[in-house]
Design a binder for this molecule. Sequence first.
Ligand code: ATP
Length: 467
Amino acid sequence: MQKTKYVTEQAVCQTTLHVESTILELDENGLTIMQRQKRFACQNSLEIRYLHVLWAEATKEQLTIHYAAERHKTLNATRKVFQLLDQGTSPRIQAWVQLLLDRAYGDSKARKNLKIYLNPFSGKGSAVKLYYRYAEPLFKAARCQIDLHETSHSGHASQLVREDRNIDACDAIVCCSGDGLPYEVINGIALRDDAGHILRNVPVVQLPGGSGNAMCVNMFKTTSFSHAALYTIKGIRQPIDLMSVTQGDKRYISFLSQSVGLLAECDLDTENMRFLGGKRFAVGFLQRLFSPPVYGCELAVYNSTSQPDPYADHPGCQTNEQSRGLPHLQFGSVNDILPDSWKREHHPTLGIFFAGQFPFVDAISKVFPDARPDDGLVDIIMVDSGIGAWKLVQLFKRVPEGNHLAMREVHHRKVAAYRVTPVRTRGAFSIDGERSSFQPFQVEVHPQLGMTLVTPVGAEEHRLGHN
Ligand SMILES: Nc1ncnc2c1ncn2[C@@H]1O[C@H](COP(=O)(O)OP(=O)(O)OP(=O)(O)O)[C@@H](O)[C@H]1O
């Protein structure tokens, strides 16, 4: 807490508050607090961006401004207190405080009601510590209402969201975890009778507590825990597409990716090396570099831009109306006969199949650089297993910048739906980074079925490892 100052109100206009020797000025970008030393000279000026202002209130006696102060690239909840000598309830001061709050929150809802799920085993097991140290103080300073649940087992978060009768009263579901927990939450909601209504209306966000944290990187453009907490407080609602994945008689909801082949193996088959953190993926890659696996498959794709009527030759399909439940599968499931309008291809020597709807699939891999999360399309990249070790290394070196799409060996496209039928009977397949059974699967995009929060205008991008 900063040093307390004794002041009296002499407000001169709506954006400026003179309180004895202090001037509080609301300018274009934020609040400036100046100490007036002599008649015309101001010193000790402090600037607080509106983005960083968490809360402000004036009681009869004092004005308190809570804000997120940045030190060593980490945000900490702090406050300034000014004594108002019985004048805090004056309309002028109350109007100034309201103006500060209006500018601090803009289009974002203030005092959010947050439902928080904490996975104590995410990543290297530090999510709980990170939450209490970096997120909770900011949420409390911003006067958020917190309903916190620590998950006790796999499937716990799914059960909680399925049974929660007040879920639509919350302003965001905050997963303090890797990407596994948001996947679980979304699929838990998908089992409710009002799944469509909840998915479309209640934002799901992530504080980066796991090893991948793709949801946070894509939406908040940060791997910093404290910045992600601030962007949750100040986040703006943003609809996103979700994807149905049908496999056998099951239907999963995917928000991030589907992966078959080399990359899925590097992720799933190195889970016993979790102690290596992010490096386990690189170890898996090196192990397969000189003999990449071959995942021959039949691929069928539906591209809505070339075929204007997706329903024409699929009699079983229904319109994707804004129902309260989960949307109907417009293209049927993986068990249905393929519509004639779909393009069929045979890829006998496929090595990598990766599909996703966000640019980043983890904190550093920009696999789909021009993907848009709300365009009704899923990006697919495919690479042949015969690409060769040297080209494979080139490809991976280019992925962080997203330059790999320029390589002749990388086939990229955007589709509205697709089906993969593998030739082999065993192999690696993941949905949103979670292992799924190796069987034929079909994916269709549900435009803007999901909801999340994104950073407000003016937020910085930082994808480094700080808190
Ligand atoms: N208390 C718990 N014990 C064991 N597993 C849990 C618990 N709580 C949640 N889980 C499961 O842990 C899985 C992985 O969670 P999460 O994604 O948060 O961490 P991660 O695997 O470290 O991160 P990433 O997905 O980024 O690699 C989820 O599928 C979830 O179901």
